[in-house]
Design a protein around this ligand. Sequence first.
Ligand code: PRP
Ligand code: URA
Length: 209
Amino acid sequence: MGKVTVMDHPLFIHKMSLLRDKKTSSKEFRELVKEVSMLICYETTRDLPLKEIEIETPICTTKTKVISGKALALVPILRAGLGMVDGMLSLIPAAKVGHIGLYRDPETFKPVEYYCKLPNNIELRDVIVLDPMLATGGSAIDAINLLKDKGCTNIKFVCLCAAPEGIEALSKAHPDVDIYCGAVDEKLNDHMYIVPGLGDAGDRIFGTK
Ligand code: PRP
Ligand code: URA
């Protein structure tokens, strides 16, 4: 089974509480999603390999380390995953970005694919899939199936708010995928929304409700 990492930094928890509050406007919500995405990016990239280089400081020559140029791709699941891209890119600006469009059918709760555009040679990159919400897990599972069909072998999944049901389903379907969650909530309700959650992430980011 993949590793499940849950954010425990006080700054992250504070900003998640602001995100959950229904009084938070779309403008503030978008800004907060960007900030928490930066914070979770820090955790998600903890295992990036380093290489040694030699540089000159103003004082002397020294050996030091830099990221070894690992090729990364971010793949947000549309729409809500888009909100996480800027924050992640501010820490890993060289990453390429692909897009997978899925919406959850309101009656069956199953994901329906409507768009897919991925960077060339995505199979050579380490892929970080982004979606603020992991509810039943259906959308994440389908997006990762699609990436694996394209040959991707090194995939992480990053979300801000997860239901235990979603974590279980995703871990079972893709045991090789490490999951990074902002928070793990209590449960899903009858409409398959996360409780207490933060509502419909796409609608709150884009102000569509
Ligand atoms: C939401 C969310 C996830 C999915 C999670 O997207 O952003 O993609 O639901 O649910 P699941 O784990 O049960 O699949 P939604 O279908 O509302 O589309 P949107 O991002 O366009 O609003
Ligand atoms: N999608 C959302 O945006 N929120 C939920 O709670 C569940 C699915």
